[in-house]
Every structure is written in C-alpha cells, then in structure tokens.
Design a protein around this ligand. Structure first.
Ligand SMILES: [Zn+2]
Length: 281
C-alpha cells in the first residue's frame, strides 16, 4: 500500500529502527525493492527523481513511469512511501508532487541557516496542504571522494536541529554525522560521530532522523545508528556495486536479471541490519 513517509517514519522513531530508502530509477530496481520488502515484511521508502526536466533534458516518459510505480506500490502487501530525493527547486517539488510522490526531500543544506529555513518552509506549506511529507537536511552531507575536507566541514549541531525543526515544520531531518555520498576510495571506512548523533536525538526527542551517504559504512555502525535514532537510511552506491558484482560473477538469467538479483540480495541484508524486518503493518 502507498502511504506518506511521515506515517512510516513516526512509527520507526517510536519503535527505534531504520527503514531502507533505496534510490530507484527503473522497473527492475523498483520490483526488486518491493520483493525484498514483501519477503521481509518491512516498510519501504523508494527514493526517486521525477522531474519533467533532468539535467537540462526533457525526461521522457516520466509521468507514465511514475503512474506505474504508484500502481505497484498500491498493490504491494507492505507500506511504501515514494520520496523525491534531493529536490533542487520549488518547481521540482511541485512537479514531483504532481507526478505522485508521497514525500519530498528539500536539500538546501549548502545555504545559510535562515535562507535554508525560508526556502524549506515555503515547500512545507505547499506539501502539507497536499498531504505530502517533507524531509530536509541541516548540516551538510558531502561527497565521499572529498571526505577529508567534507567530513567535518558542516556536521549538524544539536541545538540548530531543534530550532530548524520548529522553524520549518518538516517531518524528518537528514543530519551530517560523518557519512558522505558516493564511493569512498578502495578500503576506506568512514568514521561516524556517535556522540553527536546521541546529542541530536536527545535534543529533538521522538523525531525521525535520516542518514544520507550510508554506502561504505560498516554493517556494525549501521546497526548501531539505527538503534540510536536514525530511522531512514538512503542507500544507492552499495546496491549498485552489489548488482555489478553479481553480473561479474556470472550465472544464468542474463545481465539484467543477475544485476537485479545482486541488488536485491544486498537490500535484503541491509533491511535486517536496519531492524525494519517484520515491522510492516
Ligand atoms: Zn543524499
């Protein structure tokens, strides 16, 4: 069934577990994600980018694809939210809402605090009027290939998180606690600031927090953050890598089927680590 992201994350925050939010962009990964969630009876969040215009090019067929994704989510036996990932503009948020997401993420984390609050509040007003939840980011989650610089450049301050949530009315908040987007150099493992996460959660109380850039973080650390207040985990690079590795290993079924199976197996593993298996309602 299709639900708002707020509904999924409020439960996850109260019961203290994390929900997987894989990036999906085609029917193979959408089907694999739903199969994994159904097999484990887990709630699921699909992170999508459904702009009519992508990187300056018309995004052909996006509305037909969006309609299909909504239909398969409605038919699924587990609760699923569809979330616009890293919405770049007010117009993109409205387009994505028109195309059927049940949540928008508005990333203004590179802007000064007051400007971030102003732009996000504007979208919260529109989204909430349409019954759509809003995720925003405070502090800034940087890039894995620039980790040494980005790691400490903009970690989230607990007191700012409280002020930000009150000022914007967002439904969940992505925080910077030491992860980064994309792939780290071979063999590199990022360091999570657990004390900061504990301080943020203590400050915001029973309010859902989001981890971006989870790929490359050890399973042990991911297990831990999901019991310390992280309730949504964005995952992309590790799933792609698992799909690619499965293709490389070869086997029966053709390249797409192998990639899909590898991607799905990794997601099954992560859902159990996040602790959302058996949490569907
Ligand atoms: Zn992100």
């Amino acid at each position: 069934m299709l639900v708002s992201m707020k509904e999924i994350l409020d439960r996850a925050s109260t019961e203290n577990y994390g929900v997987a939010a894989p990036n999906v962009s085609n029917s193979l990964d959408v089907n694999a994600a739903i199969e994994a969630a159904e097999e484990l009876k887990a709630p699921l969040i699909l992170d999508v980018m459904w702009n009519d215009d992508m990187f300056g090019r018309p995004n052909k067929g996006v509305r037909d694809f969006a309609n299909w994704v909504r239909t398969v989510c409605e038919k699924a036996s587990v609760p699923i939210a569809i979330n616009e990932d890293h919405g770049p503009s007010f117009n993109a948020a409205v387009q994505n809402i028109k195309n059927g997401v049940t949540s928008v993420m508005v990333d203004r984390s590179s802007l000064p605090f007051e400007e971030n609050v102003a732009q996000v509040s504007e979208i919260v007003k529109v989204a909430h009027a349409a019954g759509i939840s809003v995720e925003a980011e405070l502090g800034h989650v940087g890039q894995a290939d620039n980790y040494e610089h980005d790691r400490d450049a903009a970690l989230t301050a607990p007191e700012d998180a409280v002020r930000y949530i009150q000022a914007t009315g967002v439904d969940c908040l992505a925080v910077a606690i030491g992860t980064a987007h994309g792939a780290y150099p071979e063999g590199f493992v990022p360091t999570i600031d657990f004390d900061r996460l504990a301080a943020i959660k203590a400050a915001v109380g029973n309010f859902p927090l989001v981890l971006h850039g989870s790929s490359g973080t050890s399973n042990e650390d991911l297990y831990k953050v999901c019991r310390m207040g992280i309730n949504k985990i964005n995952i992309n690079t590790d799933l792609q890598a698992a799909g690619a590795a499965a293709v490389k290993a070869g086997g029966r079924g053709g390249v797409w089927r192998l990639a899909q199976q590898g991607w799905k197996n990794k997601l099954l593993e992560m859902i159990k680590i996040y602790g959302s298996d058996g949490k569907a309602w």
